[in-house]
Design a protein around this ligand. Structure first.
Ligand code: ATP
Ligand code: MG
Length: 472
C-alpha cells in the first residue's frame, strides 16, 4: 500500500492542524468582531469622560462661589492641575453669564458646551489647540438654572487608542494562552497515538526477525487497539502457517525415508547375502517394486498438492458425464471391494449431470474417497456410491458401514499426513495425504466436501458438491 502523503510526522501534522485552526478562527473573530470591540471601547471611554466631567464640575464648584468675574485662586489652579494630571487632558473653566459671552461662545462653535448649557452631556471629536485630534466634553459648574461657568475637558484621542490597543492586547494574551493549551493538547494526543504506533513497529520488527511468538499488548479498544488485534491475528496466522509448513516438510521427509529404508535393506540383502533362496529373492524384488510404486504415488500426490497450493494447477474443462465416469470407477473398484468381502453399490439418476473438469482431478478425488471407504470398512460391510443432481451441479455421496471416525479425530482428517488412530492404521496402508488432496482439488473447483460419522463403528459418509463448471 502506498500513501502519497508528504513525509511529515504525525506529531508535526497534528500540531500544524491545531495551530492553523486557531489562527484562522482568531483571524475570523478579529474580522467579524474587531469593529464592535473598537466601538464598544470608545463608548466606554466617552461614558467615563462624561462621568469624570460631572465630578470635576462638582469639585470645582465651591471655588467659583466668589463669582464669575473673580480671578482663579491658587487653590483652584492647583485643583485644575491635579484633575488634568488625573485625566491626562486639559481642563478649562469658561464664564458663560451675560448675553455677549453667550454670543461669543456660539460664534466659537463649541457644541459640547452648548449641550452642557441645555442640561445634558456630549462628547465631540475635533482638533485641539495643538492641532491634534481630541475628545471634548463639558459640564455646567453649579446649578444649571444659574449657569455662570462651564467646565470643558479635552483629552487627546491617543488616550482612547491606547485603551483600544489594551483591549486587543488582552485578547491577544487570551489567544496566546489558548494556543499554548492547544499545543499541549496536540502534543499529548500525538504522543498517545505515536507511542502505541512505535510499539507496533517494534513488534513488527521482532516478528520479521523471527520471534513469531511475540504479540502486541495494547488493552484499549480504540482504532489502534483494533490494529493491534489485527496484527496479533496476522502474527498468529503466520506462526501457524510456518509451523504447518515445518511439520509438512518433516512429515514428507519421514514418509519418503520409510520406503527408501525398506528398499535399501532388501537390495543390500539381495546383493550381499549368499544364503538367500530363490523364493525369498523373488519376494524381496516384489516388495522393492511395491515400495517404488508407493514412493511414486506419494511423489505424485505431493506434486499435485503443491501445484494446488501455489494456485498453479490447471483446472480442466473437459465435459464429463458424471454417471458414466462414476460407473467406470465403480467397475474398477468393484474387484477390490469383492476381494475385501464388501458389497459396493452404485446408483445414479436417469438424467446424469454433466460437469466441466479435468478427468484426472475427478479420478483422484473419487478414487481416494472410494479407497478410504473400502479400506476402513471391515469384511461384510457395504459401501454405497450415489450420484444426484444439485443446484450447483452434482452431489456425490459415498457411504460406508465401516469403523467410522471418532469425534476427536473428525476435525483433523483433512490435515496433511493426519491419520486417525495411528496404531490401528498401521495395518492399513496410507500416508494421510488422500483427504488433504481431495479437499484441495474440490475447493479449487469451487465445490465442497464434508465427512460425517456418528462415531467409532458407525460408518462414515462423505458428501461432495461438485460445481457445474469451475468457479471464477
Ligand atoms: P492415503 O489416503 O494417503 O493413502 P489415508 O487414507 O490414511 O492415507 P486420508 O485419506 O487423508 O489418509 O484419510 C485421513 C484419515 O481419515 C484416515 O487415516 C482415517 O483415519 C480417516 N478416514 C478417512 N476416511 C475414512 C472412512 N471412510 N472411514 C473411517 N475413517 C476414515
Ligand atoms: Mg485415503
Amino acid at each position: 500500500m502506498r500513501f502519497p502523503l508528504p513525509s511529515f510526522s504525525i506529531r508535526t501534522r497534528l500540531i500544524a492542524a491545531y495551530i492553523g485552526i486557531l489562527v484562522l478562527s482568531f483571524a475570523a473573530f478579529a474580522l467579524v468582531a474587531g469593529g464592535q470591540i473598537s466601538s464598544a471601547a470608545r463608548q466606554d471611554y466617552e461614558q467615563r469622560l462624561v462621568n469624570e466631567m460631572r465630578l470635576i464640575a462638582q469639585g470645582v464648584s465651591p471655588y467659583i462661589a466668589a463669582g464669575p468675574g473673580a480671578a482663579f485662586s491658587d487653590e483652584l489652579r492647583q485643583l485644575i492641575a491635579s484633575y488634568e494630571m488625573q485625566v491626562g487632558g486639559r481642563l478649562r473653566l469658561m464664564p458663560v453669564s451675560g448675553i455677549e459671552r453667550r454670543m461669543m461662545l456660539m460664534l466659537q462653535n463649541l457644541p459640547e458646551v452648548e449641550t452642557a448649557l441645555r442640561g445634558s452631556a456630549a462628547v465631540v471629536q475635533r482638533l485641539n489647540d495643538e492641532g491634534r485630534s481630541a475628545l471634548f466634553t463639558a459640564a455646567v459648574v453649579g446649578s444649571e438654572r444659574r449657569a455662570d461657568v462651564v467646565a470643558q475637558l479635552s483629552v487627546p484621542l491617543d488616550n482612547l487608542q491606547a485603551l483600544v490597543l489594551e483591549r486587543w492586547a488582552a485578547l491577544g494574551l487570551v489567544f496566546a494562552l489558548v494556543t499554548a493549551a492547544a499545543l499541549a493538547a496536540a502534543l499529548a494526543v500525538s504522543r498517545s497515538i505515536v507511542r502505541p504506533l512505535e510499539t507496533l513497529r517494534q513488534s513488527a520488527l521482532r516478528l520479521s526477525q523471527g520471534d513469531l511468538a511475540h504479540r502486541v499488548t495494547y488493552a484499549a479498544d480504540d482504532e489502534i487497539g483494533q490494529v493491534a488485534r489485527a496484527f496479533n491475528e496476522m502474527a498468529h496466522r503466520v506462526e501457524s502457517m510456518l509451523n504447518e509448513q515445518r511439520a509438512f516438510a518433516s512429515n514428507t521427509s519421514h514418509e519418503l525415508r520409510t520406503p527408501l529404508t525398506a528398499i535399501r535393506l532388501r537390495t543390500e540383502a539381495l546383493r550381499s547375502d549368499p544364503t538367500l533362496d530363490a523364493a525369498t529373492m523373488r519376494r524381496y524384488i516384489a516388495e522393492v517394486d511395491d515400495e517404488v510404486a508407493r514412493l511414486g504415488a506419494l511423489i505424485e500426490d505431493l506434486g499435485l498438492l503443491s501445484r494446488f497450493d501455489a494456485g498453479r494447477a490447471e483446472l480442466g474443462d473437459t465435459e464429463i458425464d458424471l454417471a458414466r465416469f462414476l460407473n467406470n470407477l465403480y467397475q474398477q473398484m468393484q474387484q477390490l471391494a469383492r476381494a475385501r468381502g464388501l458389497r459396493l453399490e452404485w446408483s445414479a439418476p436417469a438424467d446424469s449431470p454433466i460437469v466441466s473438469a479435468s478427468l484426472s482431478h475427478l479420478t483422484v478425488v473419487f478414487r481416494n474417497l472410494l479407497d478410504n471407504a473400502i479400506k476402513y470398512t471391515p469384511e461384510g460391510g457395504t459401501v454405497t456410491l450415489t450420484l444426484s443432481a444439485h443446484t450447483a451441479g452434482a452431489q456425490i455421496v459415498i457411504r460406508d458401514t465401516g469403523r467410522g471416525i471418532e469425534p476427536e479425530h473428525a476435525p483433523h482428517v483433512f490435515e496433511r499426513f493426519y491419520r486417525a488412530d495411528r496404531a490401528r492404521s498401521r495395518e492399513i496402508p496410507g500416508t494421510g495425504l488422500g483427504l488433504a488432496l481431495v479437499k484441495s482439488i474440490v475447493e479449487a473447483y469451487g465445490g465442497s466436501i464434508t465427512l460425517h460419522s456418528e462415531g467409532a463403528g458407525k460408518g462414515t459418509t462423505a458428501t461432495v458438491i461438485w460445481p457445474r463448471r469451475p468457479a471464477g
